[in-house]
Design a protein around this ligand. Sequence first.
Ligand code: ADP
Length: 369
Amino acid sequence: MKSKDDDLLSVVLQCLDVGITVQDKKGEIIYANDAAASMIGFRSVLDLINAPLTRIREKFILYDKKGRPLDYNKLPGRKALENKKPSQTTLQFQKGRSSEKHWAQIKSVPVLDTSNNVEYVVNTFLDITKSKKEDERVNHFIATASHELKTPLAGIKAFNQLVARKFISQRFDNLPTFFARIDEKVDEVTKIINDFLDSTKIRAGVFDFNPEVFDFDEFVDTTIKDLQSIFPAHKIIKKGNAKRKIVGDRSRIRQVLTNLLGNARKYSPQSKEIVVTVAAVKKGVRVTVQDTGIGISQSELKKIFEPFYRGGKKYTGNVGGLGLGLHISSYIVKLHGGSMGVESEVGVGSTFHFTLPLMLKKYKKNNHF
Ligand code: ADP
C-alpha cells in the first residue's frame, strides 16, 4: 500500500528540473519523472514508460563531448548495469529532427539486491545546454578580445618605435601625428576593457548608473561635435530637435549614441554620410541614426543585441569589434525605461533608433531584466 511519504516523494520527484528514470535489470524504464519525459522527447511519463526501448532510442541521436557519434551501449545506465558501479558522463544529443545540439550530464547508480545483483539502475539527467553555451560564448569572447587587443597594442608599439627614432635622429617632424595615433590606439584598448567590464556588471546586476537632469539637444550636439572630429571621413548630419530636458545618466546615454555612430561609421566604409534625427515624442525623446552602409540580414537582425554576437565575416569583412556595443546600449536604454530597435536591408543601410522617457519611472541600483 502507498504511504503518505511515498506520495510526498513522488510530488517532490515530479517537481525537480533534473530528469530521473529508474531502469530494471533488463534495461526497461519502470519509473520516470516529468523532466525526464520531456528531455527525452515524450509528452507524458506514461508515454515514455510504455514505449519500447527502440522507440526511445529513435527519439534522439547521441554525440560525445567532442561531437563524435556515441553508441547507446556507452551510456552510464548500461555501464552501471554491467559493472555494478556508479557511472557518469557528459554528452551531447539531438532531439527528433531538430539540428540543435543539447548538452546533458548523466549519472547512473545501480541498486543491488541482497545477493549483490543489480536490481535497478537510477539515472539522473541534467540539461546543461545553457551553461555550456555560456562557456562557449565566453571562450569565443576571450579569443576575440585577445585578438582585438593585439591590433591596437601592436600599433602603439610601432608608433612608439617611430617616436624613439625621431628622438635619436633629432628630427621632430610628424611627432604630433604619431602621438595622436598612439592616443587613438590607447582609446581603442580602453574601450575594449570598458565594454568587457560593463558586460560583466550587467551579468552581475551592478551596472553603475547616475541620473541627472540635462538638456537633450545640447547633449546630442556636443556628442556629435566630439565624434565628428574623430571621424573626419564621415559627415554626421543632425536633423530636428527635442527641445526637452530629460532625467538620465548623461555619460551612459552618450555611450549609446557613440556606439550607434561608431557602428554607422564602421559598417559604412563606402558611404560618407550618417544622419542623426532627434525628435520629441509623447513624454520622451527619440533618436535615429541612419547609415547607408552594408546593412544587416533579416536572420542577423534577431541576434545583434545578444552579448558577444558579431555579424558574419560575409557582411562585416575584417571590421573589428567584440559584439558587446549593442548589447550594452540596449541595456542602458532599458535601464532608463526606454526602447531600442533597428530596421535594415543588406546593401541599403541601417537605421537604429532609441526612445527615452523624460523622467525615470522606476530606477533600481541593481538591475536585472
Ligand atoms: P561589434 O560592432 O563590436 O561587432 P555591436 O554589438 O556593436 O558589436 O554590433 C553587433 C553586430 O551588429 C555587428 O558585428 C554587426 O554585424 C551588426 N551591426 C551593428 N551596427 C551595424 C550597422 N550600422 N550596419 C551594419 N551592421 C551593424
